[in-house]
Design a protein around this ligand. Sequence first.
Ligand code: GRF
Length: 212
Amino acid sequence: MTFLEHSSPACTRLGILLSGRGSNFLAIAESIRAGRLPSAEIAVVISNVADAAGLARAREMGLHTKVLVSRGRKREEHDADVIACLRANGVDLVCLAGYMRLLSPQFVAAFPHRILNIHPSLLPAFPGLDAQEQAFNYGVKVTGCTVHFVDEELDHGAIIVQRAVAVLETDDEHSLAERILKEEHLAYTEAIARVVSGEYELRGRKYVKTHA
Ligand code: GRF
């Protein structure tokens, strides 16, 4: 079965944004293929980097892909093109998967509480770049990963899922990052499942199961 054959009106259409190797994207795609996200499908994979490895994998899988190069462009102009592409592809839920761009307020407003990001630390600890190395150098004993809604502040929106990873005596920042990445791949699927289930709602910053 191809990815396109999953298409059905009941499906949440995901728009994946990536800039690099795309292992989180691949984990999401594999979860859909394996039936772990039965009501989600990938509508489009967009990259701001033309030679991103994740984009090449998306093409090999027969997914719809689009390159929208960001270098040298004003953020608002580039974001307007990305928003237009997401809309043209009927995207309901945007998944940032190693997308190395800050989103403009206009982008965040275009998909209110419909943009997810994954970050390799237990937020609010260690936001920003090289979070695994930040955590390792700080000497924490436990770190992990966070999937959260994107708001206008960096690595700040309401938390959907977190998974913890113990820091071992034998770790360096690379071995730690590898173990965190494995948890990221589980966390992203879990977070998408929660959002598409319609069984959770935001109460302030808290994303909680509704008791209908
Ligand atoms: C991941 O560590 C993710 O948490 C961070 O960027 C990295 C992307 O990795 N936002 P990949 O491209 O998904 O393999």
